[in-house]
Design a protein around this ligand. Structure first.
Ligand SMILES: Nc1ncnc2c1ncn2[C@@H]1O[C@H](COP(=O)(O)OP(=O)(O)OP(=O)(O)O)[C@@H](O)[C@H]1O
Ligand SMILES: [Mg+2]
Length: 528
């Protein structure tokens, strides 16, 4: 049981009599790549001290929520990583919801979190998932059993519970929030819980509402909620006594220098470059790292990481004004074939299964491997294969954003359509969990007939999961998709049904004003 709290265990056969044999199954961490590629951590003493203080408060039974807020690349993920790997955090059970960036569809980070909680593995089938939830809840409190339908609904484990299905969406939503909160509070009584939600600026509205609910309920629990986001994001925790906002600014000049010493090495001839880099990047660590890589790629620096020498005078090189431009220039310098692969990967998402990438790029996996090795050497992507399949990921969200935004609209549309085709070819029948992804690519690929169908299913899934706000967004997209299609009698019926679904969703959101428009449209459709 002790091991089980830290690792996922798979029972295996062949145990000696009276004993049990388990296989340790790791779980993928999110955020930064693992291990020795990271530079030594510099500075941030006051910030770490504050976080450690909140850790101590939490362990004393005063639950805390801390938001690390700062611009892209300033070091939010890295700071949180330092804390969660420090000895202080060892007392906690770490539950990561992962970056919201990779997720498509409502409640994805929450589902991710539940999977960690119930130790569900990526290759578990429905029966296995059901079994794991039931086993976990058996050892828990009796009150958790009543939450079973909510957990099954979130995890999309088929389950017939008439009383759950007959609930109003708003009531189901409330019960979902209570179920997840109760589970987390229960876990926090067994062992202190550290909940990590990264990149809230991309979070879906339902996960955000649920997170709000959890944060409002944790004051007396041994639970620490750590979140990160960029400054443009807003939430309503400001007035809570157990909430702390931690603004992360650029590194101080001395800290930036220390980072540069690790990056560049100690050659005194680099001194003017050090000054200029600190000025250019204003001490943003990601910008610093990327600038040095760019200087190496363009031949201004020779040697290797941590031991560079100057190849030509600094003045002849202009570092772009923003990290986005710098990244775009780096990506532009890739060989055209490599860039094509990278763009296909960017359209797939932050996590990129090798087989899917091969299908979309029109290459064999063995042709793809050398390309990926080059992208890894350039520190653009890294391998994060799971037990189930080989997989790659973008090293940094910003690199992914820039690669995706660098695509012209037409190329982007074509890639999404290809991804849709590859996903559909790989599966016989779309698993419920894939529907959101299919809908996402079909809509962006402008494959309107498929988009119409997947979006309607995706919207109904969202409604069923009580993610009403999401459902409205998805149904609105479905309306757009239907408008692009010739109006057969069947499509008119679909369009009508869609308006009525929208009416239901808007009704439970209390957006009465928009309901009227839907009904007027519905009437017009019905008259045809
Ligand atoms: N204090 C530090 N010491 C050493 N390296 C750092 C430090 N802070 C950040 N870095 C490095 O800078 C890069 C960017 O940091 P990080 O990914 O944490 O930024 P972020 O604020 O999470 O950005 P985003 O908003 O895009 O997620 C990473 O490679 C990280 O390892
Ligand atoms: Mg980050």
């Amino acid at each position: 049981a002790l091991l089980r709290r830290r690792f996922a265990l798979e029972p295996v056969g062949g145990a000696p009599a009276g004993g049990a044999c388990y296989r340790l199954v790791g779980h993928k961490t999110v955020g930064l790549p693992e291990g020795d590629r990271l530079l030594p951590f510099v500075g941030r003493r006051a910030e770490l001290e504050l976080l450690r203080g909140r850790v101590r408060d939490t362990l004393a039974g005063h639950g805390q929520a801390v938001a690390v807020v700062g611009v892209a690349g300033v070091g939010k993920t890295r700071l949180l990583r330092e804390l969660t790997q420090a000895p202080d955090a060892r007392a906690f059970r770490l539950l990561e919801a992962g970056s919201t960036f990779a997720s498509i569809g409502p409640y994805r980070p929450v589902v991710e979190l539940l999977k960690r909680c119930f130790q569900i593995q990526s290759d578990d089938d429905i029966d296995r998932m059901r079994e794991r939830v039931l086993t976990s809840l058996q050892t828990g409190e009796a009150s958790l059993a009543s939450s079973l339908p909510a957990f099954f609904a979130l995890l999309e484990v088929p389950h017939t519970d008439p009383s759950w299905e007959s609930l109003e969406p708003a009531a189901r939503r409330q019960r979902t929030f209570e179920a997840v909160t109760r589970l987390l509070l229960y876990e926090s009584r067994v062992q202190p819980v550290l909940l990590l939600f990264e990149d809230l600026h991309w979070i879906d509205t339902e996960s955000q509402a649920l997170l709000d609910f959890v944060v409002h309920s944790l004051a007396g629990a041994r639970m620490l909620v750590l979140v990160s986001y960029r400054p443009e994001y807003q939430h309503g925790w400001g007035s809570l006594g157990h909430y702390t906002q931690l603004r992360l600014d650029s590194l101080l000049a001395g800290e930036a220098r220390e980072l540069l010493d690790h990056l560049l090495g100690s050659d005194p001839a680099l001194e003017p470059l050090r000054h200029r880099l600190i000025e250019w990047t204003e001490g943003n660590p990601f910008f610093l790292e990327e600038s040095v890589r760019a200087l190496e790629e363009t031949g201004t620096l020779a040697g290797g990481p941590g031991a560079y020498t100057l190849n030509r005078p600094v003045g002849s090189f202009d570092v772009p004004a923003t990290v986005e431009e710098l990244l775009a220039a780096r990506l532009d310098r890739l060989a055209p074939g490599d860039r094509d692969v990278l763009q296909a990967a960017a359209a797939i998402g932050r996590d990129v299964p090798l087989a899917l990438l091969a299908a979309v790029a029109g290459l064999e996996e063995r042709e793809l491997r050398p390309v990926l090795r080059r992208l890894q050497a350039a520190e653009i992507m890294y391998e994060c294969s799971t037990l189930a399949e080989p997989e790659f990921a973008f090293k940094h969200v910003l690199t992914h954003e820039v690669a995706y935004q660098g695509l012209l609209p037409e190329a982007r549309r074509r890639l999404h359509a290809r991804i849709l085709g590859a996903l559909e070819a790989a599966i016989r029948e779309a698993a419920p969990t894939l529907i959101d992804r299919l809908a996402y690519h079909a809509f962006r690929g402008e494959v309107w007939d498929r988009a119409g169908e997947y979006l309607r299913r995706s919207g109904r899934r969202a409604l069923f999961a009580s993610a009403t706000g999401e459902a409205v967004e998805i149904f609105d997209q479905a309306v757009v998709a239907l408008r692009h299609l010739p109006q057969t009698p069947e499509r008119l019926r679909e369009a009508l049904a869609l308006r009525l679904s929208l009416r239901d969703a808007l009704w439970s959101l209390g957006q009465v004003g928009r309901i009227r428009d839907q009904l007027v449209e519905a009437e017009a459709i019905a008259r045809r």
